[in-house]
Design a protein around this ligand. Structure first.
Ligand SMILES: Cc1ncc(C[n+]2csc(CCOP(=O)(O)OP(=O)(O)O)c2C)c(N)n1
Length: 669
């Protein structure tokens, strides 16, 4: 037990650093770190298993600051515990360009930050993914090597966001008993008291989702410690609602929204120093407090050492596999062999099937070669074709399963996938309909920002899904996804491209991928056997012109075969056309300019075809190129009729090209 006076000094060090850093930056959020300082101090000094000298130790407990606006809490903790990266200088440079202390925590900037947070609710849902990853890897590698907890500090805002419901329902269902959420229950948000907008009983809400839940005084160290201890022994995830005062210690602003998101001001800070009994000048930490925090930081060393010993005594092959998986290293030879065998089969027996089915058969080979692939679907397993035959469900009674039934929870699913990727040892992939990327988008965006290898299998990718109609037919989604930096959007045109795109997505160690796949059957266009991955260029000539091309036809996915038909029409009119398949804009953009130019070619006329909006295509076809696609929402009908209705046909493509060439139109003299 830590004496109360000692605890208070340790917690006040966090409060002081938070006040001072926000004041210096002239912006930031002092209220949360000051209010949650007691909770964080108890957690970090008495419970959290970690080693400041090796913040990436695979068996460390994870701490997720879901309320990312309270970033000074984690920076103060890291600094006080002796992190090499978060020096006092970095605390002074809070929120400045190039500092290790950005406005919101960024996992790729600050060692010790487990995930980028800021958009409320995401961190909590990431933590669910981390806790799933822990249970799964423990089932495979044993509790001697994988045995850690995931702690979350969540705010009112986190719990008001809809994603939190998806996350807690999934965690409760899967009985993730090593997940502990500390709720900073301060009853204040930006607009003022929570009573303005919310009257949920969070304890009852979590209990209803299958959690253990309790309410305590978040400024009483022993109550906090007792609650955490109890939660650790439970058979289900635990919520500890910690009643706190936002801005604890600030004489006039504590307990009000005034200290949520702006500097306290010199007078208020002076008053807080008096009230807390903290006479030190700004940024000064007395030696005794520094020593106590450093001491807490050293406590994890022994556990880390013992873990190293256990790792050493593991059978060699098992140990190597664990290291490979945690290191995110692909089994290159096995992956290459799996891709080669699928392509060889397709060369021998071409298939006219939907790309979602092609994806399923690719997955049979890929998931067999790569045990780190954990699949799933948001209740569309049979439509997304994401479950390979041998895959059993991951469940509370079998964490070793490899397929997750996420339920109808697209947003929670995408964020949990991020958490699994962040945890390490897993490559998560999962599916829903492409149109519902809207429901996943905030998490996909964060995956792109963090550079995570997660793979979204998004089927039913256009009006080609037919009768379900415009609510289900994506029109603007490809453009919207392509607008996200560092996201790879793949739209393969046939079975061969599908397996190639899968390979590229798996090899994409620092960027998430979306595979946009069809519901409807497509002819196989790539008939020979290519050793190389032609999709790696992002775009390539799939059917050349017979002579110098007058027209270049660019298309993706299901529209490539339509462009190939259009090429024949044009030939009938004495016009030479080539067809370029563009499975991935982002990879194409990454080519050297000369190579890109070679693929774009020098034909007089460029035409792009995609059953979606034009936005984004001008970078390939130029603003004077012709576009055949969608300008409105779709409609409900059999898909062949829809293609005719919206004019995405070989004839219309040929007409567009002829129009640009100044030649008479099809069917006209
Ligand atoms: C998705 C999302 N919406 C809005 C915001 C802006 N925002 C930051 S904090 C906050 C709410 C603050 O209340 P609370 O979560 O209780 O934090 P506290 O005031 O206790 O620090 C809001 C709306 C955000 N960060 N993320």
């Amino acid at each position: 037990m830590i004496p109360r006076a000692q605890h208070d000094r340790m917690a006040n060090a966090i409060r002081a650093l938070a006040m001072d850093a926000v004041e210096q930056a002239k912006s930031g959020h002092p209220g949360l770190p000051m209010g949650a300082a007691d909770v964080a101090t108890v957690l970090f000094t008495r419970f959290l298993k970690f080693d400041p000298a090796d913040l990436a130790w695979p068996d460390r407990d994870r701490f997720v600051l879901s309320a990312g606006h309270g970033s000074m809490l984690i920076y103060a903790l890291l600094h006080l515990l002796g992190s090499e990266a978060v020096t006092l200088d970095e605390i002074r440079r809070f929120r400045q360009l190039g500092s290790k202390t950005p406005g919101h925590p960024e996992n790729f900037i600050t060692p010790g930050v487990e995930t980028t947070t800021g958009p409320l609710g995401q961190g909590l849902a990431n933590a669910v993914g981390m806790a799933i990853a822990e249970r799964h890897l423990a089932a495979l590698f044993g509790g001697g090597i994988v045995d850690h907890r995931t702690y979350v500090l969540a705010s009112d805002g986190d719990l008001m966001e809809g994603i939190s419901q998806e996350a807690i329902a999934l965690a409760g269902h899967l009985k993730l008993n090593k997940l502990i959420v500390l709720f900073d229950d301060n009853g204040i948000s930006i607009d003022g008291p929570l009573s303005l907008s919310d009257s949920v009983d969070q304890v009852k809400r979590f209990e209803a989702a299958g959690w253990a839940a309790t309410r305590i005084d978040g400024h009483d160290p022993e109550a906090i410690a007792n609650a955490i201890q109890k939660a650790q022994g439970g058979d289900r995830p635990a919520l500890i609602a910690c009643r706190t005062t936002i801005g604890f210690g600030a004489p006039s602003k504590a307990g009000t929204e005034k200290c949520h998101g702006s500097p306290l001001g010199a007078d208020e800070i002076k008053g807080a120093r008096d009230k807390l009994g903290w006479p030190e000048p700004a940024f000064a930490i007395p030696a005794d407090v520094r020593d106590m925090w450093r001491g807490a930081g050293l406590a994890g060393k022994a556990a880390h050492q013992a873990w190293n010993e256990r790792l050493k005594s593991m059978p060699g092959a098992h140990r190597a596999e664990f290291a490979r998986r945690i290191g995110g290293e692909l089994p290159k030879d096995k992956l290459a062999a799996a891709v080669r065998s699928v392509k060889a089969n397709l060369a021998a027996t071409p298939k006219e099937i939907a790309t979602r089915i092609a994806s399923e058969s690719a997955l049979e080979a890929l998931t067999a070669a790569m045990p780190e692939m954990i699949g799933g679907s948001a209740d569309l397993t049979g439509s997304n074709n994401t479950r390979a035959k041998g895959m059993t469900a991951l469940s509370a009674s079998d964490y070793g399963g490899r397929f997750i039934h996420y339920g109808v929870r697209e947003h929670g699913m995408a964020a949990a996938m991020n958490g699994m990727a962040l945890h390490g040892g897993i490559i998560p992939y999962s599916g829903t309909f492409l149109v519902f990327t809207d429901y996943c988008r905030p998490a996909i965006r964060l995956a792109a920002l963090m550079g995570l290898r997660v793979i979204h299998v998004m089927t039913h990718d256009s009006i080609g899904l037919g009768e379900d109609g415009p609510t289900h037919q994506p029109v603007e989604h490809l453009a919207a996804l392509r607008a996200i930096p560092n996201l790879r959007v793949f739209r393969p045109c046939d079975t061969v491209e599908t397996v190639e795109c899968w390979q590229l997505a798996l090899e994409s160690a620092e960027a998430p991928s979306v595979l946009a796949l069809t519901r409807q059957n497509l002819p196989q266009l790539r008939l020979g056997h290519d050793e190389s991955n032609r999709c790696a260029a992002g775009a390539y000539e799939i059917v050349p012109a017979e002579k110098a091309a007058d027209v270049s036809l660019f298309a993706t996915g299901s529209e490539v075969s339509i462009a190939v038909e259009a090429r024949k029409f044009l030939r009938g009119r004495g016009v030479q056309a080539r067809v370029v398949s563009v499975p991935c804009f982002e990879l194409f953009r990454a080519l050297p300019a000369a190579e890109r130019q070679e693929v774009i070619g020098t034909a007089k006329v460029n035409v792009a075809v995609e059953a979606a909006v034009r936005q984004g295509w001008d970078e390939i076809i130029g603003s004077d190129g012709a576009f055949v696609g969608m300008t409105t929402f779709g409609a409900s009908a059999p898909y062949r009729e829809l293609y005719k209705h919206f004019g995405i046909t070989p004839e219309k493509i040929a007409e567009a090209a002829l129009g640009k060439l100044g030649k008479p139109q099809m069917g006209k003299p």
